[in-house]
Ligand binder design. Structure first.
Ligand code: F6R
Length: 369
């Protein structure tokens, strides 16, 4: 049932183009706009929402961090993102016009479920983004948008994450459509770009051999850092989490802008640092800043592993290893930039002889607090 792959994780990484396409399926009308009636929130309810709080754990939380950029940029609604385990033990200011979006692959994560209950007790509406039909979290929520990743067996989340991103983009765009914060043709344009991402992900998957080789060469390292900015920051966090859980290595993700506020002190001769570079066109200013970060850390001895858009030649002189991803609109970059990091972690863990499908100490769904 691993379909010819050595591990479920490899199979699930390979399934990502299909998973993304399936999550879009049936949600785009002939006019190129979204039809999300399945969400069970009326247009009036969507117009009344004045704040969104996204709540999740682990990898799903990283999807939430990316959702914030899309929701604020496209829909113009203030958005906060919080870990479920923190959200429920503070006193968030929630009203009927706050939408709490919970993201959970399994639909059974106890902390996230408790956050749903906490939000509903305060009369907020809850929208669940979930991969398992009829699981507890969607059952207890007001509305649900299912991801169609198919069953995810490997403990480390891969295809579910990419489909969560798609669902988040759809929610942000749907708000923009209903509230009129973007013109219809802009929305259909973005949706058309989104519909192209399965083939972009396919392209990434076809060029992973050098990434595997690189991963194997780093199997004896003790620590790997990950840097990113804008939507590349949560991608860096996700890359670090994958490496921790699979390779049992110290791995940490930072916002590249924070480097000089502390983390740069960690840079030492030979330390591998993965940098997720924003698009030079879509993110001109942050791109420039991150290129100088790469120069700074390299001057201090870091081994720079750079993930950059095809055609971005500015990074070439400073990259010890260069991983190319196709150019896509800035907000969609996580859909392509995360994939090499999944492959990297999986291969590095395999090189160390670890069971990538069943990492030590971890369970697929965390049904205790
Ligand atoms: C990481 C991973 C976990 C889950 C987290 C939330 O690879 O799988 O961090 O993302 O336990 O699980 P769900 O999404 O099922 O609520």
């Amino acid at each position: 049932e691993k379909g010819g792959y050595d591990h479920f994780m490899l199979k699930e990484i390979a399934e990502q183009p299909r998973a993304v396409a399936d999550t879009l399926l049936g949600r785009v009308g002939a006019d190129g706009l979204l039809t999300l009636d399945e969400m069970r929130l009326s247009d009036q309810e969507l117009r009344d929402i004045n704040k969104i709080i996204v709540v999740a754990c682990g990898t799903s939380y990283h999807a939430g961090l990316i959702a914030k950029y899309a929701i604020e940029h496209w829909a113009g609604i203030p958005c906060e993102v919080e870990l479920a385990s923190e959200f429920r033990y503070r006193d968030p200011i929630l009203t009927r016009d706050t939408l709490v979006v919970v993201i959970s692959q399994s639909g059974e994560t106890m902390d996230t479920l408790m956050a749903v209950r906490h939000a509903r007790e305060q009369r907020s509406r809850v929208l669940a983004i979930c991969n398992v039909n009829g699981s507890t979290i969607p059952r207890e929520s007001d509305a649900v948008l299912y991801t169609h990743a198919g069953p995810e067996v490997a403990v480390a989340s891969t295809k579910a994450f990419l489909t969560q991103l798609v669902a988040c983009y759809l929610v942000a765009l749907y708000f923009a459509q209903v509230r009129g914060t973007k013109f219809g043709d802009e929305i259909s344009q973005i949706i058309a770009e989104l519909a192209e991402t399965p083939s972009r992900i396919e392209e990434v998957l076809e060029t992973m051999e050098p990434v595997r080789e690189l991963a194997r060469s780093l199997a004896d390292e003790r620590c790997v850092l990950f840097l990113g900015r804008h939507v590349g920051f949560p991608v860096a966090l996700e890359g670090a989490l994958k490496l921790k859980e699979l390779a049992y290595m110290h791995a940490e993700g930072f916002a590249a802008g924070e480097l000089k506020h502390g983390p740069i002190a960690l840079i030492d001769e030979g330390l591998p640092v993965v940098v997720v570079v924003p698009s030079p066109l879509g993110q001109r200013v942050t791109h420039e800043k991150i290129v100088s970060n790469i120069q700074e850390i390299r001057a201090r001895g870091a081994k720079t592993i750079v993930i950059a858009e095809e055609g971005d030649s500015t990074v070439e002189p400073y990259a010890d290893a260069l991983i190319r991803v196709p150019a896509v609109p800035t907000l969609l970059q996580p859909l392509v930039a995360t994939v090499p990091l999944q492959v990297f972690a999986c291969e590095l863990a395999t090189a160390k002889g670890h069971d990538v499908d069943q990492p030590r100490n971890l369970a697929k769904s965390v049904t205790v607090e």
